[in-house]
Design a protein around this ligand. Structure first.
Ligand SMILES: *Cc1c(COP(=O)(O)O)cnc(C)c1O
Length: 384
C-alpha cells in the first residue's frame, strides 16, 4: 500500500470536492453567485422574492389554494421540530412511524416538549407497514396525528407515504411528513397523498444553500394551531401571521440563502420539476449501484426499496479495507462520501443528490476503483 496522496482528479468548478452526502450538497455556480448581494429585510425586491418562493414551494406539492408555506431560519430539523410542536396540540398524541435515525429524532423532539407520543418501529432495512399502522389506529383512538419520514436518509429507504396517507385519512387522523431528503425529487402531491403538513429544507433536493427549512401546511390546520407551540422562534402560527401581514420575517431573515433558493428554483423548473430532478437522481443512483456492484460491493437494500437519494453499502470484509483511509483517499480524489448511520450493519453511504450527474458518478466510481487498488483490496463483499 502506498501513502502517496493522489492528485484531485475531478474537482468542481470552485475546486471544492463533490459532496456525495445527504447534505450539505454541491450547489451550482449560479446558485452560489446568487448570494453575492446584500439585501435589507424590507427591500421591495427581497419581499417580492419571498412571496414568490413561498408560492412556488406550495405549487410543488399541488397545494395552491388550501396550503401555505411557512419558512423558518435554520437547518431541516428546526422545521421538523416546529411542525410537531405547532401542529400537535398539547393534549394531542402523535404516532411516530420509525425505521431510522430521523424517525428517532422526532421522538426526541416530542420528549423535549413533553408532547404525548407513541412509536411504531421497523428495522432500518424495512419500510413502514401501512397495515400495521391501520391496526394501531383502529385500536387507539387517542392518537390525533401520525408522523412519517418519506425517504429515511439513514438507510436510503423509501417509505410508502401515499398508502399511509390513505390509511390516516380513512381513520380520520392527521398526517405530518418529514420529506427533507425527498422533496423536489420524489412525487408528493396533496391530491394523491392527503396530509396536513410536510417539511423540507433549502439544500437537499432543491439544491439551494443550507440555512432555511419550510413547512407546507394546510391553512385550516394552521389556523387552528394557535397557542400549541411552547417555543416562540419555532411557532409556525406566529411566523405565518407575521408573514401574511407584511411578507417579512419575524427575525433577521437568511437573505443570502433565500436569494440562492430563488435561483435554485429557477434551475429546478428548467430541469423539468420533480420529474426532471428525480430522473437525474435516479440515473445517478442506477449508475452508482451498478458500478459499485461491479466492484463487488453489496447494497443494504434491494432495488425495490431503494430511493434514488442515498445508497447504503455494506462495509467490505477484506482485512485490507480501512474505512478511514478509503474516506480520506476519496476526499483527496475530489469526492466526499458519508459514514454509515445504521445500527443493523457496518456500512457507509454514497449520495446521488445535489448538482451532480453521470460524469461525476463515473469519476467517483473511478476514484473508488483506484483507492481499492491502492489499499490492496480485492474482495468488496461483506463476507458472511
Ligand atoms: C437531512 C434530514 C433532516 C434534517 O437534517 P438537518 O441536519 O437538520 O438539516 C431531517 N430529516 C431527514 C429525513 C433528513 O434527511
Amino acid at each position: 500500500m502506498t501513502t502517496r496522496s493522489p492528485a484531485p482528479s475531478a474537482a468542481s468548478p470552485t475546486g471544492d470536492p463533490w459532496l456525495l452526502t445527504p447534505g450539505p450538497l454541491t450547489t451550482s455556480t449560479p446558485v452560489k453567485q446568487a448570494m453575492l448581494h446584500d439585501y435589507g429585510s424590507r427591500d421591495r425586491q427581497f419581499i417580492e422574492l419571498n412571496r414568490q418562493i413561498r408560492q412556488r414551494l406550495v405549487a410543488i406539492v399541488g397545494g395552491s389554494g388550501n396550503y401555505t408555506c411557512v419558512p423558518l431560519q435554520g437547518s431541516g430539523t428546526f422545521a421538523v421540530e416546529a411542525m410537531l410542536i405547532t401542529l400537535v396540540p398539547r393534549d394531542g398524541k402523535v404516532l411516530l412511524l420509525i425505521n431510522g435515525a430521523y424517525g428517532e429524532r422526532m421522538a426526541r423532539i416530542c420528549a423535549y416538549h413533553q408532547r404525548a407520543f407513541e412509536v411504531q418501529t421497523w428495522p432500518e432495512d424495512q419500510p413502514v407497514d401501512p397495515a400495521q399502522v391501520e391496526a394501531k389506529l383502529s385500536a387507539q383512538l387517542d392518537i390525533s396525528h401520525i408522523a412519517i419520514v418519506h425517504c429515511e436518509t439513514t438507510s436510503g429507504i423509501l417509505n410508502p407515504v401515499s398508502t399511509v396517507a390513505d390509511v390516516v385519512q380513512r381513520a380520520g387522523r392527521r398526517l405530518l411528513i418529514d420529506a427533507m431528503s425527498a422533496f423536489g425529487a420524489l412525487p408528493l402531491d396533496v391530491a394523491t397523498t392527503p396530509f396536513d403538513a410536510v417539511v423540507a429544507s433549502s439544500n437537499k433536493c432543491l439544491e439551494g444553500s443550507p440555512g432555511m427549512g419550510f413547512c407546507i401546511v394546510r391553512e385550516s390546520a394552521l389556523a387552528n394551531a394557535g397557542g400549541n407551540s411552547d417555543s416562540l422562534v419555532l411557532d409556525l402560527v406566529d411566523q405565518w401571521q407575521a408573514m401574511e401581514s407584511n411578507n417579512q420575517w419575524r427575525f433577521t431573515p437568511p437573505t443570502h440563502c433565500i436569494l440562492a433558493l430563488g435561483q435554485a428554483l429557477d434551475e429546478f423548473d428548467f430541469e423539468g420539476g420533480v420529474t426532471g430532478r428525480g430522473g437525474r437522481y435516479r440515473a445517478n443512483c442506477q449508475a452508482l449501484v451498478a458500478g459499485m456492484r461491479e466492484l463487488g460491493f453489496k447494497t443494504l437494500l434491494p432495488d425495490a426499496l431503494q430511493a434514488p437519494i442515498i445508497v447504503t453499502f455494506h462495509m467490505p470484509a477484506d482485512p485490507n479495507f480501512d474505512f478511514a483511509l478509503f474516506y480520506d483517499q476519496l476526499r483527496a480524489r475530489g469526492f466526499v462520501i458519508y459514514p454509515g448511520k445504521l445500527t443493523v450493519a457496518d456500512s457507509f453511504r454514497i449520495g446521488c443528490i445535489g448538482r451532480i450527474g453521470r460524469t461525476e458518478i463515473d469519476s467517483a466510481l473511478a476514484a473508488v476503483r483506484q483507492t481499492l487498488e491502492q489499499m490492496g483490496v480485492g474482495e468488496c463483499g461483506p463476507g458472511r
